[in-house]
Ligand binder design. Structure first.
Ligand SMILES: Cc1cc2nc3c(=O)[nH]c(=O)nc-3n(C[C@H](O)[C@H](O)[C@H](O)COP(=O)(O)OP(=O)(O)OC[C@H]3O[C@@H](n4cnc5c(N)ncnc54)[C@H](O)[C@@H]3O)c2cc1C
Length: 425
């Protein structure tokens, strides 16, 4: 990728972070003729976790014009998800095409380094200026309004000004951390540890690219995500006390111990060889107090992250980028980028996140199973599937009334709206 170190001092929108959320926002604004500068602290391509996509990502790919590029990358095709009990019993795979016969029903297991590079290149092709190895150090505020960013690259620090700044800095969450806006989920408190295997087993035929969710005791679980190059991404998600019990801290020992607790995982990994390092996260579920302020909009993980279980992270990053770009373009057109312009953005995004959050809570409820809900209320199967493929942004009252009979569901969080009337200092 060619970067332009030109030191422009003014543009229409500054995007902090070149992950899926930032690239999507930048591409769609640039396409509308807005002058966009993306600041990305890393050298691309760079490693990132989060390889399994949700079917409805397709619609944002289509909007971005990258569906063909996705096919060219020859990522592993994902047609289904399956669930496996601790003793190795596999549920009937849930095939997306059985619910929604549409190109989106084939999604992908991606190498994020390549995928994120492709999306960032696309933003650049559409006219966004991408500045790699450039870190946003702080937001510049004047009179309570964000008016730009103080950036740093190898030549030192400089100011960049724009009527609107988009925080797409992922879990670094620049604005949430600097403003004290990060609110942990009151109940979700999982940690994760993961690594990669070469030569591990793949199921035959259509199932070769399936995401497998393999249960551990106490509602922990493994993910098993087949990637291109005979590699499988394998991770453990569970509560901290479970993962680090009996004082064991060494990831290799923890992994070896947990593999023994799921027969399917044990059998599938047996012919494989672990390579590279082990990765770990601390508790990861949070949402921002605000999704926007005067001159500032938060997208993707920079605003909220739920849980990896239904692979909603990249989808919500793409979708929030798409929604934000529309709202920002309209706001720039009116010459008013105050927080109130992002009310609909916040309402829509939080509505979708809340639907997914209810499913995540249900998943972790020890008594719960989706099978029980469908058996009792077969009419909600379609709605449940819609949520799980990412068709999230509508009313699911009937579904959650049914799910609520089997699991304790959370009330919507009160926070996440724009900071109307100030909030940024
Ligand atoms: C354990 C785990 C497993 C997951 N598995 C999945 C999965 O299977 N499927 C899925 O869909 N999602 C998954 N996710 C979530 C997924 O990784 C994220 O939701 C997704 O990457 C969010 O995209 P983003 O663009 O918001 O942020 P990111 O992809 O994190 O991009 C943010 C970018 O901002 C840059 N940046 C940060 N700070 C600055 C700064 N100050 N200045 C300039 N640049 C900056 C970073 O370098 C980075 O490139 C998982 C998450 C975890 C924790």
């Amino acid at each position: 990728m060619i970067t332009k170190p030109m030191r422009e001092t003014e543009c229409d929108a500054i995007v902090i972070g070149g992950g899926p959320a930032g690239s999507t926002t930048a591409a769609l604004l640039a396409e509308r003729g807005r002058r966009v500068v993306v600041l990305e602290k890393s050298r691309f391509p760079r490693y990132h976790v989060g390889e399994s996509l949700m079917p409805y990502c397709w619609y944002t790919f289509d909007r971005l014009g990258v569906v063909e590029k996705m096919a060219e990358h020859a990522f592993v095709e994902k047609h289904s998800v399956q669930f496996v009990t601790t003793d190795g019993r596999v549920s009937a795979p849930f095939y997306f095409f059985q619910h929604h016969e549409h190109p989106s029903s084939t999604t992908w297991q991606v190498w994020r380094s390549e995928f994120d590079q492709m999306l960032l290149d696309n933003a650049q092709d559409k006219g966004a200026e991408v500045r790699l190895m450039t870190t946003a150090k702080s937001l510049i505020t004047e009179g309570g309004r964000v008016v730009g960013v103080e950036a740093e690259d190898c030549d030192g620090r400089y100011m960049l000004r724009a009527p609107v700044t988009v925080d797409a800095s992922g879990r670094d969450a620049l604005a949430l951390n600097r403003r004290g806006w990060r609110r942990r989920d009151p109940v979700l408190n999982k940690v994760s540890m993961w690594t990669y295997y070469k030569g591990a087993l793949r199921d035959p035929g259509l199932d070769a690219g399936a995401t497998t969710v393999a249960y551990l005791p106490e509602k922990g679980w493994f993910w098993y995500i087949p990637l291109r190059g005979d590699v499988v991404s394998v991770g453990v998600v569970a509560e901290r006390d479970y993962v680090y019990r009996e004082g064991v801290k060494d990831p290799a020992r923890i992994f070896a111990r947990e593999i023994e607790r799921n027969m399917w995982i044990k059998e599938h990994l047996a012919p494989g060889r672990q390579f590279g390092r082990y990765y770990a996260t601390a508790e990861f579920s949070y949402r921002g107090q605000h999704c926007a302020a005067d001159g500032l909009v938060l997208v993707g993980d920079a605003f909220a992250f739920l849980d990896p279980v239904f692979s909603s992270g990249v989808f919500l990053a793409l979708k929030s980028g798409e929604l934000a770009a529309g709202a920002i373009d309209a706001a720039l057109g009116k010459g008013d980028v105050s927080a109130g312009c992002f009310n609909d953005y916040g309402r829509t995004l939080c509505g979708g996140i809340e639907a997914m959050r209810k499913l995540v809570y249900a998943f972790y409820d020890r008594q719960f199973s989706f099978g029980k809900v469908i058996k009792q209320h077969p009419q909600v199967r379609g709605d449940l599937t819609d949520c799980l493929i990412g068709d999230l942004f509508r009313d699911f009252d009937e579904l959650f009334a049914a799910v609520g009979e089997f699991a304790e569901l959370p009330r919507p969080l009160a926070h996440g709206e724009p900071a109307v009337g100030g909030g940024v200092t």
